[in-house]
Design a protein around this ligand. Structure first.
Ligand SMILES: NC(=O)c1ccc[n+]([C@@H]2O[C@H](COP(=O)([O-])OP(=O)(O)OC[C@H]3O[C@@H](n4cnc5c(N)ncnc54)[C@H](OP(=O)(O)O)[C@@H]3O)[C@@H](O)[C@H]2O)c1
Length: 344
């Protein structure tokens, strides 16, 4: 029988990084925009903060601007943003064969459920990228800038052959962690991503934001709401960071001097780094807010837990999405944000 192929559907930061790793040991095709296909065809280096690196170059036949007319016996790594997912799933519907497996790699909540709705009969797995990846244009590098593994849903009945094919994503640059509790991992990752919106709103580098206690207090309040929702649902959050999920809000609320001493690892960030949501706002793109803070508020409502801060932050980001002044606005400090959110 023919070997499984790998297809990256939406080759950007995550698609390029996952595909570059898989391409070390297996054949991969990339579906993407011309800018990313050009980078992959010219050759990129994948790096991490620990000094590991590996090169990858896609061949011209492996770079496609459209989905092929038929995709069979393939692992499809779905790496578009949540905001582009519905369109990609609609395009996949007529071309995907039942022997394919789709791995949804989006942050936040809801991607796998949406894929199951659009692709009934296809096995859908959830994958969670625990690290950050950025592009360095001058070095032509896809840089993994933080710790974090690739968490992949492990169903009870996965055939050994498929386990082996999916393990192509395991590499010294990205450890693969098979998870039976993928829903809990998704919530734990979401807890960390709640700060992205605050970074976008305050219009400051991530490090500057974390050094501002007012900003940290807002992030802690967002996390408290998520922790209340997961507690109501009896979801036990796995530990994705040095500090266990339930203690993170307390650490964030520490006075600056103690926070700097106890949470120094959180501050080991490139001083100019910003969240992807900030970049989306600056570029006038619709953000993933509905799948992050918005999803906490929505799921909270379903469990009878009010999440007013996540709701207000969602509204605030949406208003910035449609503001003509977003690119020229001034930075905001944490206390002003607390005032805006009625968080005194
Ligand atoms: N970057 C990170 O560090 C990171 C870490 C963990 C998780 N994630 C999550 O991973 C997901 C992907 O994020 P990302 O940062 O990799 O996004 P990204 O860099 O924007 O990559 C997605 C790419 O897919 C392209 N695309 C969208 N629809 C397409 C279509 N129909 N055909 C071909 N290409 C299409 C996009 O092009 P356009 O821009 O033209 O739409 C973009 O180039 C998100 O849910 C994100 O939250 C990201």
């Amino acid at each position: 029988m023919a070997q499984y192929q790998h297809v990256i559907a939406g080759s950007g930061l995550i698609g390029g990084f996952l595909g570059g790793i898989i391409g070390q040991s297996a054949r991969v095709s990339f579906i993407g925009r011309p800018n990313w296909l050009g980078r992959l065809a010219e050759g990129v280096t994948l790096t991490d903060y620990a000094g590991n690196e590996t090169a990858y170059k896609a061949s011209a036949e492996e770079c496609l601007s459209e989905l092929p007319t038929k995709i069979e016996r393939s692992i499809i790594w779905l790496t578009v943003k949540n905001t582009a997912l519905e369109e990609m799933l609609t395009r996949l519907q007529p071309v995907i064969a039942p022997d394919c497996i789709v791995v949804c790699c989006q942050n936040g909540l809801g991607a796998a459920a949406l894929a199951r709705k659009y692709l009934p009969g296809i096995r859908i797995l959830q994958g969670i990228v625990g690290c950050n990846v950025v592009w360095n244009e001058s070095l032509k590098q896809l840089q993994k800038t933080t710790e974090g593994e690739f968490y992949l849903e492990q169903p009870e009945d996965l055939a050994p052959e498929l386990t082996k094919v999916l393990s192509a994503v395991q590499h010294k640059l990205l450890m693969l962690s098979w998870r039976k509790d993928i829903e809990a991992v998704a919530w734990a990752k979401l807890q960390l991503n709640l700060a992205n919106s605050i970074n976008a709103i305050v219009n400051q580098p991530v490090r500057t934001m974390l050094l501002d206690r007012g900003c940290r207090q807002v992030i802690a309040a967002l996390m408290d709401e998520l922790l209340a929702v997961t507690a109501a649902r009896h979801i036990r959050l796995p530990k994705l960071t040095r500090v266990p999920a339930r203690y993170l809000p307390a650490v964030l609320r520490l006075p600056d001097w103690l926070f700097k001493r106890l949470a120094s690892a959180m501050l080991h960030i490139e001083p100019t780094a910003r969240s992807s949501m900030w970049w989306d706002l600056q570029a006038g793109r619709v953000t993933e807010i509905d799948y992050l803070n918005g999803a906490v508020a929505e799921q909270g409502a379903l469990s009878g837990i009010a999440c007013p801060i996540n709701k207000s932050v969602t509204v605030l980001v949406k208003s910035l999405e449609t503001s003509a002044l977003v690119a020229t606005r001034r930075p905001l400090d944490g206390n002003s944000l607390k005032f805006q959110l009625h968080l005194e």
